[in-house]
Ligand binder design. Structure first.
Ligand SMILES: [Zn+2]
Length: 66
């Protein structure tokens, strides 16, 4: 399940929500004030099983390093 991040313009609190579908992602209320008009930010991980099994750690790339 993708984890989406939201910003609530009502109370100004960011929060995260696990959603199953895009329609559910649009029907999210702010857990703090119940505002239905929250803004969805870019998801932290919206990966759908691409390159399964590979756990590549993020490595800082320096051009011409070695
Ligand atoms: Zn709120």
């Amino acid at each position: 399940m993708p984890l989406f991040e939201y910003d609530c313009p009502g109370c100004g609190r960011p929060f995260e929500k696990l959603v199953r579908s895009a329609s559910q992602a649009d029907a999210v209320l702010c857990p703090a004030c119940g505002n239905p008009h929250v803004k969805r930010k870019l998801s932290t991980f919206a990966v759908k099983g691409s390159s399964a099994g590979s756990r590549a750690a993020p490595v800082a790339v320096s051009p011409g390093g070695l």
